[in-house]
Design a protein around this ligand. Structure first.
Ligand SMILES: *Cc1c(COP(=O)(O)O)cnc(C)c1O
Length: 350
């Protein structure tokens, strides 16, 4: 059978053998009653890793961000975020669908940051014509900005604007451990300025399911109620939480390998001379790049590579997205480059 190299996302990772073992052995209870010891342990670990008082296990990153927004904004309130934020683009409009929360965007720069001055200008004055500004959301690493890593120096001025105007601040840290590893800091250092932070276990950390939201005890009490409202109260959830514990214990440091592989991939793609790609800009495990030739379309290249066992995505704006992750080895990167090179050669001749 042909080996498939799947670079569509780090969500395609499967649980490790250690995770399956932990799932098999997990002690469980009814988590809606707060009695699942494995979920409780995962939540304590998550709170500790993020430097927050408490944490709550939720079904997905989307549910986590939604709960964080609903806990901090009421109907008619406004949340400010970047125009390339995952929460704005890819979470089905949840804040407005379910919370009556208005989303206001400011421009995301290529490095994943937003301009603090633009955020400040977006904060509404007290006036009956306007929604009430309540919350600012940042994302780190920044998915649609090619896995861009944001430093404290880049995030702090935005959070300072939020504080100045009595707004809360939430971090969509779906890949916060990628950011922490890339910067060589603790995740809690990146989470520190924020009232709430969400992160995913089911991406680069390779767990099958689940995310956590972290913040004050009071926030987590409210988040627990909101999770129930959203139908996310899970019973013997320790079965999946067990994999999350292994993810936090064993899968964080190895993210550095994914970053090295992403850089290697970017360098190889750049050498082909047909892509608009800057390898030095690749900071974590996501590559987003364009096509610098009109001899074929992005869709044609994706389709041709898929025939040879390499999967990746053609996304909006004529761009490609590739993501490295657990299970993708250095040899797979070289094989992937071989497949792309061959496809580019064939399509370029046609
Ligand atoms: C994947 C992702 C999410 C959502 O996570 P799901 O578990 O897929 O719902 C949220 N934010 C960012 C930045 C993501 O990359």
């Amino acid at each position: 059978m042909q080996r498939i190299i799947d670079l569509r996302s780090d969500t395609v990772t499967h649980p490790t053998p250690a995770m399956r073992e932990a799932m098999y052995r997990a002690e469980v209870g009814d988590d809606v009653m707060g009695e699942d010891p494995t979920v409780n342990r995962l939540q304590e670990m998550a709170a500790e890793r993020m430097g927050k008082e408490a944490a709550l296990f939720v079904a997905s990153g989307t549910m986590g961000n939604l709960i964080c927004i609903l806990a901090q904004c009421g109907r008619g309130d406004e949340v400010i975020m970047g125009d390339k934020a995952h929460t704005f683009l890819f979470e089905a409009g949840g804040p407005s669908v379910l919370g009556g929360v208005h989303v206001r965007t400011v421009r995301n720069r290529d490095d994943g940051t937003v301009d603090p001055a633009e955020v400040e200008a977006a904060v509404r004055p007290d006036n009956v014509h306007f929604p009430r500004s309540r919350l600012v959301v940042l994302e780190n690493t920044h998915n649609r900005c090619g896995g861009a890593v944001l430093t404290r120096a880049q995030m702090d001025p935005v959070v300072a604007v939020a504080r100045k105007h009595n707004l809360n601040a939430h971090l969509d840290g779906a890949r916060i451990f990628n950011a922490a590893v890339a910067l060589g800091v603790d995740a809690r250092t990146l989470a520190e300025p924020f009232d709430t932070v969400s992160f995913c276990l089911s991406k680069g950390l390779s767990a099958p399911v689940g995310s956590l939201v972290c913040g004050s005890r009071e926030f987590v009490r409210e988040a627990t109620r909101l999770r129930k409202v959203l139908g996310g109260g899970m019973r013997q959830a320790g079965i999946i939480a067990a994999a999350g514990i292994v993810a936090l214990e064993q899968m964080v440091d190895r993210l550095a390998d994914d970053h090295a592989n992403a850089r290697r991939l970017a360098v190889g793609l750049a050498e082909m001379g047909v892509f608009d790609i800057r390898p030095e800009r690749v900071q974590s495990n996501i590559l987003i790049f364009g096509l610098a030739t009109d001899r074929f379309t992005p869709q044609q290249l994706v389709a041709r590579c898929a025939q040879d066992g390499l999967k990746f995505q053609a996304i909006e704006g004529g761009q490609f997205r590739m993501v490295t992750h657990y299970g993708i080895e250095r040899e797979d990167i070289d094989a992937a480059l071989g497949i792309v090179r061959r496809a580019v050669g064939q399509l370029g001749r046609a």
